[in-house]
Design a protein around this ligand. Structure first.
Ligand SMILES: [Zn+2]
Length: 449
């Protein structure tokens, strides 16, 4: 008697800087599994991991496929997945460490969920992953350093039961890989305008530039991110590709959810390679360093750290430049370890300005006779009016308040410099707090040529 089983396949780090793409492998695998009559129980997940790990490949994304299957096909399913993975992994490339894992069980163990969260926010070791693999009877395979096993396992563990988004990724025919992408840009601007706020990160409004098309030699033509499978599918219908689309898949993802950011209680608790939300008071005025980056310092009772707004952060850099000592802020970003020339630094993705300090200047007093601003006659020498000649020996400079153009509120880095995980302003208020599995929409993936 055949039995229905549930399998989760995790994949990571099969791409290299020279091309390839783990999502493409997932797309191929979805189609290859058709012949075993599997029933997908969720959209394939595209999980972005901690963007600050020093050894990441480009996007640091991992994937998971979840499905019911007939256990007579079990070995064939695993062979198919493993073979596809081997064929499509850049295993010969330095710095690419592909991993694949298989977990057979209905429910994801709590410990795997915790592991996934840790992989999104900080650094985990292969040893930790291997301990879980052993404990839960996961089958795993890796090449080179095998670090890809960490991501593959994390993708299985991340069930996206809290906030999540969707991305429809359309792929190019192999003939066009490496050449300039051809998509009607006006159709993308139109789609963005029509479907906002339910799709996001389509265009960079500061530079009026399309950002759904990547640049590298990978097979992706474009990816549309949004709040539901229906909306990204609708958006796909509005974008006009000017070259053939080979296939597309809708993924469920932690992109655009701030899943990488973890609040820290005190600045002394900041750890390199993590992404944090930290509160402090500006303790050193912003300074502009070469390449137009802006650096300022914040402190609390426990420590003082630098915050950096790099040039590509666009408007965020302009906001940072206007901060002054005493401003109360909450900063969001990646922690970089100190070097000989730089202290511990948070690379800003967002700033929330909680409270603005009063900005004052010291000014000479006004002439009480004619109202003109007085001239100083030298230190402690009093003041003199240049217009009417009156002299005042007992007056001192006066503090006066300056108007600050900066406003309290939340500021996010420019769209073009947002990380995959950064929650864009457009998503605020649209966050999901749970996940209700629903039947998957018709045509959530399709092979078109
Ligand atoms: Zn005067």
């Amino acid at each position: 008697m055949n039995r229905q089983q549930v399998m989760h396949i995790g994949l990571d780090d099969t791409d290299s800087t020279k091309g390839g793409c783990t999502t493409y492998l997932a797309a191929l695998l979805i189609e290859a599994l058709e012949k075993f009559h599997v029933e997908f129980t969720d959209y394939p997940s595209l999980i972005r991991l901690n963007p600050n790990v020093p050894w990441k490949t480009r996007g640091n994304g991992a994937l998971c496929l979840r499905f019911k299957y007939d256990d007579t096909f079990e070995e064939q399913i695993k062979d198919t997945a493993t073979n596809l993975w081997e064929e499509n992994s850049a295993i010969k490339e330095k710095g690419t460490d592909p991993g694949i894992v298989f977990l057979k069980r209905q429910e994801i163990p709590e410990e795997l969920k915790v592991f996934a969260e840790k992989t999104e926010t900080s650094i985990v070791t292969l040893k930790e992953a291997m301990a879980l693999i052993k404990k839960f009877g996961v089958e795993a395979c890796g090449f080179n350093s095998c670090r890809g096993i960490i991501g593959a396992l994390a993708a299985v563990g991340e069930t996206l039961t809290c906030d999540h988004t969707y991305e429809l990724i359309a792929y190019r025919v192999p003939l066009n890989w490496g050449s300039k992408r051809k998509v009607d840009e006006a159709s993308i601007f139109e789609m963005d305008k029509e479907l906002q706020p339910y799709t996001f990160n389509n265009v960079d409004s500061e530079k009026r530039r399309v950002i759904i098309t990547p640049r590298g030699p990978d097979p992706i033509l474009f990816g549309i991110r949004g709040e539901s499978p229906e909306i990204v599918k609708k958006a796909y219908g509005m974008v006009k590709p000017l070259e053939p689309v080979e296939r597309y898949v809708i993924f469920r993802s932690n992109q655009g959810t701030d899943a990488h950011l973890k609040p820290v209680e005190a600045l002394s608790k900041l750890e390199p390679y993590s992404s944090v939300i930290a509160k402090g008071v500006v303790s050193r005025n912003p300074r502009i360093v070469p390449l137009r980056h802006v650096i300022f310092s914040i402190k609390d009772d426990s420590a003082e750290v630098d915050c950096a707004a790099y040039e590509p952060t666009g408007s965020l850099r302009k906001i940072a430049r206007d901060l002054i000592v005493g401003d109360n802020v909450e900063v969001y970003g990646a922690v970089h370890k100190p070097t000989q020339s730089k202290p511990l630094t948070i690379n800003l993705e967002k700033i929330s300005i909680l409270n603005l300090a009063p900005k004052t200047v010291l000014e000479n007093p006004l002439c009480s006779v004619c109202g003109k601003r007085l001239k100083s006659m030298g230190k402690n020498q009093g003041f003199r009016c240049e217009k009417c000649g009156a002299e005042y020996s007992d007056l001192t400079k006066k503090e006066s308040a300056l108007f600050r153009t900066l406003k309290a509120g939340l500021y996010v880095t420019s769209t073009r410099s947002q990380r995959h995980l950064t929650k864009p302003l457009r998503r605020y208020g649209l966050e999901k707090h749970h996940y209700e599995p629903k039947p998957m929409i018709e045509g959530w993936y399709s092979s078109l040529v």
